[in-house]
Design a protein around this ligand. Structure first.
Ligand SMILES: C[S@@+](CC[C@H](N)C(=O)[O-])C[C@H]1O[C@@H](n2cnc3c(N)ncnc32)[C@H](O)[C@@H]1O
Length: 206
């Protein structure tokens, strides 16, 4: 069993009703405000959400009249959006995402939970799925201790805990290697209690 499979099994467990601890429940407005993508959302007809959590945001996206596609590592997560998503994809089948199709991609609180190999796969398939003027909004987490960033974390428990920390520079080089360009990076935001911070980035297809 490889590490990604172990991580997938852990996520399935956390998506059951008793084990909600790691499944965040961010409302759409929070994600749009923190990612500075209100305008992009307003204009978007087609949206893909990577990492659906409780599906709260997914439902709100559909209620705003958008065509929604969803990606998650967990079949249980995708079962929450089965009735509302136009299509949903397990992350291992992301290669089936249509190319040149989405106005907006939202990936919020997912990158801190995945290895570099998995983030590279996301970038490889998500960037070409953008329309020419489409925007990929990506949230990343960094550690305030510089020695704890960019370590290509593989340990399932560390990944589940959201401690895969990266600097914007490191992620930018991954984005550029996958045919994307960073058009905007937020100022750093800092966690109240942990030694962590985070940025949101906007990416376009080159
Ligand atoms: C912390 S929750 C974030 C949920 C939502 N985006 C939010 O901000 O409320 C992380 C979500 O990402 C999913 N996930 C974890 N690894 C993933 C992967 N490799 N590809 C896609 N989704 C993944 C989890 O199953 C979970 O639904």
């Amino acid at each position: 069993m490889n590490d990604e499979k172990t991580v997938g099994e852990l996520w399935d467990k956390f998506h059951t009703s008793e084990e909600k601890h790691y499944i965040s429940d961010n409302p759409l407005k929070t994600i749009l405000d923190l990612s500075n993508i209100n305008e992009e959302f307003e204009d978007a007809k087609t949206v893909i959400e990577i990492g659906v959590g409780t599906a709260r945001c997914s439902k709100e996206i559909v209620n705003q009249g958008k065509e929604l596609h969803c990606v998650d590592i967990s079949t249980l997560a995708l079962s929450k959006v089965a009735r509302i998503a136009q299509w949903s994809y397990l992350s291992e089948y992301m290669n089936h995402i249509p190319k040149n199709y989405f106005d907006l991609v939202i990936e919020f609180l997912v990158a801190p939970h995945i290895s570099d190999e998995e983030l590279n796969r996301h970038l490889k398939y998500v960037i070409p799925s953008l329309k020419e003027k489409g925007t990929f909004s990506l949230q990343i987490t960094f550690n305030r201790d510089p020695d704890l960033n960019n370590q290509n974390i593989q340990n399932p428990i560390t990944l589940i805990s959201g401690l895969s920390c990266r600097t914007p520079e490191y992620v930018t080089s991954m984005i550029e290697a996958n045919g994307g360009e960073v058009t905007w990076v937020s100022d750093p935001n800092y966690h109240d209690t942990l030694n962590l911070g985070w940025h949101t980035m906007k990416i376009r297809r080159v």
